[in-house]
Structures are given as C-alpha cells and as structure tokens.
Design a protein around this ligand. Structure first.
Ligand SMILES: C[S@@+](CC[C@H](N)C(=O)[O-])C[C@H]1O[C@@H](n2cnc3c(N)ncnc32)[C@H](O)[C@@H]1O
Length: 389
C-alpha cells in the first residue's frame, strides 16, 4: 500500500494552514515579499511557488490582496501512487465530504509531471472518480457535478513522478482574473505580470506614469491600484466561499481592513496612455469608465510617434508588440527603435521600463539598462529593461 504523508493532519479547516502560492518563473521573491507585507509567514521560496503558513484570515487576505501570485493552494494530502488504481484508491480515501458539500460543482486540474501517471486526462478522471465515489457512498448515491467553466470547488493534482499531492485551490479562478477586463485589444498582458513589471521596476506613484502603447490599459489600471494601495480582488468571488470552513464574518472583516488601508486620494497621481488603434483605445476607455471612474487616468487615441509636447520627469512603462501575435518581426524592430528615439527626445529626465519578448528588437532601443529581469509571458521568454533617459 502506498504511503500517505500529511493526512489527516493537513485537512483544510485546521489552523495553521500550510500552503503555497504558485507564480510565474522569476516572480518568486516578489510574491514572497508581498506575502510578508500581508503578515504571512513565508516558509520557503520554491521554484514558481512560495510556501507559507497562515491562519484563515491570512488565506482570505492573500486572495484579495496579492497582485503577483496566481492562486492560493492548500494541500490536503500527499501520497505515492505507482499506477492509476492507486491514485483512485488514495483519492477515494480522502475526506472530501469534510471539505465541501455534495451540491457544489467541481473542477480538477493537473500540474507538475510524471513518467508513470503521464496521461493527464486519465489522472483527472481517476481523482474525479475517487471524489464522486466518496460522496455517493455517504450521500445515498448523490454526487457533485463537474463544471469546467465556473466551478464552486477547484481541486489541483500536483504530480512529482509517483508522489501525488491533492490540493484545494482556495482562489478558484486564477488571481490575475481581477474582473475588470471583460474585453481587451490584441495581445494584452496578464494583470499579474503587468503589476509585477511595475513593482520590480519600483514605480511607486510619485512620478506620473505614461504607457505610450497602452493597448487595453493594463499598466494603467494595475498602476492605479498599486499607487492607491487598492487590493486588486477585493470584491471578487473565491472558491474558499464554497468550503465548509468558510467564515463570512472573517472574510468581511479582512475586506474592511484592506478597504481602510486604501489611499483614497494620492496628490499629483497621474497616469496616461496612448493607443493608436481606435477600437482598442475605446475598450480601454470603457474599462476605465466602468471600473475606475474615480481614477486620474487619461487614455488618448494617438500614435506615440506623432508630434506632441515633451513629457519630462515621467515613469514610462510599456510592452511593445513583439512581432509574433501583432505585426511582423521587422515592424517590431522598427517600432522599438522609434520608441528609443521617443524616449530620448520627448521624455527627458524620465525613468523607463520596457518589457519585450523580442530580444533583437529590444537592442534597437539603443539604451543602457541599469537593471534587467527575465520574465515569462506565457511560454515566451522576455526581458524587462529599466533605464533612465
Ligand atoms: C502588446 S500590445 C500592449 C498590451 C497592453 N500592455 C495591454 O495589456 O493591453 C501593444 C499595443 O501597442 C499599440 N501600438 C502599436 N504601435 C503603436 C504606436 N506607434 N503608437 C501607439 N500605440 C501603438 C498596438 O495597437 C497594441 O494595442
């Protein structure tokens, strides 16, 4: 029989919770710092994940306030499974009925890797069978349904060869889904990556911010929330609300604390974006009006190469088209060159942060960065360059 670690001592609902926050490669230290700032005990910074201990209030706080983590996972149990029957057996042995009720819908996802359990759909299938059979036996044949699009409960199966960890995702939809971006232009940045770029390059709201190719405005909206200390997911729904141990009063109390920490006004805070595509600019403006009506954000339909007054002392942040999804590599190179010229001629005494996954094109900026980070936009490896102009 396979060995089980951590059962039943790690069942969600017990305090302290031990868990992990997965993130993009290269953002681990930033996520760990965000967690510490939220009063969470960081146990270990791993590869694409930060491990923590926290109480329930901390789980709620992280979900509402983390800008750069992807979700908050609580492992339920870890065991060895050398085949799919063992996987089913261990899933069947898990006290799912103590975690959520039979009327909740579920979704199961697999991450990590295994040479033995190498068919991810079958892994999902066997874990699902284990969950369903646990409930069927205890609930007169009634079982939870599967809902892939909008589940109440999200189970994550992490595989490390034959070591399997079953975890509850307390977030549900990933935390970059803040809810404000219901529409977008071509090639938008994910919200967690945009926030990370601003935080790594140390924009703190003291300099006016300009994105000369703002697309759907992600830097502007994330920047506004960073500068006003607004928790990005304050009013979102989370999977933890479907767990048995959900404490609505505690959730509300944590929300209220975060709300109080917000800075309602930030004198001289100004954020501007240019976007040359009329439809994309319109989308950005609609997001602004619907979600950030109070924000000092100005979005103009403009090509940054058009003549305009100089904008000195700004923080310029942008993510030009790489020439993969938008435009051709040659166009991307030309655009990066024009961006370099724009920064030098029109943005004196400014700091700039440019993120691009087109490295030859980045060279055409012709600048001396004071710091460079390697970051990933999905599978694309990119560089973030920060420099003074
Ligand atoms: C990669 S997207 C930026 C995505 C943006 N960061 C977001 O999250 O939505 C690049 C944007 O630059 C715009 N663009 C390209 N050339 C431009 C130019 N010369 N002036 C202004 N906008 C430009 C494109 O229309 C596109 O929306």
């Amino acid at each position: 029989m396979s060995q089980t670690k951590s059962a039943p001592g790690r069942l969600a609902g017990e305090i302290p919770y031990e868990g992990l926050v997965p993130c993009r490669a290269g953002l681990e230290d930033l996520v760990a710092q965000e967690m510490r700032d939220l009063g969470i005990t960081v146990d270990r910074v791993g590869r694409r994940a930060v491990f923590f201990q926290s109480n329930k209030a901390g789980i709620y706080r992280m979900n509402m306030a983390l800008r750069t983590g992807l979700n908050v996972l609580i492992p339920i149990r870890t065991f060895n499974a050398r085949n799919y029957d063992m996987l089913y057996y261990q899933s069947r042995k898990t006290n799912w009925h103590k975690l959520f009720s039979v009327d909740k819908t579920i979704r199961i996802d697999v991450n990590g890797g295994s040479n033995t359990l190498n068919h991810s759909e079958y892994v999902v299938h066997r874990v699902k069978d284990g969950i369903v059979d646990t409930f069927r036996k205890l609930c007169d044949g009634v079982r939870p349904s599967i809902n892939k699009r909008n589940p109440d409960v999200h189970v994550v199966v992490h595989l490390d060869e034959t070591e399997v960890t079953l975890a509850l995702d307390t977030s549900g939809a990933p935390l970059f889904k803040r809810g404000y971006r219901t529409r977008h232009g071509g090639a938008p940045l994910k919200e967690d990556l945009a926030a990370a770029i601003l935080m790594l390059s140390e924009w703190n709201g003291n300099q006016p911010l300009l994105d000369p190719m703002c697309g759907s405005g992600t830097f502007l909206f994330e920047g506004w929330m960073i500068a006003t200390r607004r928790a990005p997911n304050l009013d979102r729904c989370f999977a933890f609300q479907s767990h048995f141990d959900y404490d609505p009063a505690l959730h509300e109390a944590e929300r209220e604390k975060l709300r109080k920490a917000e800075m309602v006004t930030q004198p001289n805070l100004r954020l501007s974006g240019y976007e040359r595509d009329a439809e994309t600019q319109q989308i950005a403006r609609e997001i602004l009006v619907e979600n950030f009506p109070e924000a000092a954000i100005h979005i103009e339909k403009r090509d940054f190469r058009e003549p305009a007054p100089r904008t000195s002392g700004h923080f310029v942040v942008t993510n030009p088209p790489y020439g993969h999804r938008l435009g051709s590599p040659a166009q991307a190179e030309e655009l990066h060159r024009d961006l370099g010229e724009f920064l030098k001629k029109r943005c004196p005494d400014s700091t700039a942060a440019v993120f691009s996954a087109n490295r030859p094109a980045l060279k055409s900026l012709d600048v001396q960065p004071d710091k460079v980070w390697t970051l990933y936009n999905g599978a694309l490896e990119g560089r973030l360059l920060r420099f003074t102009v």
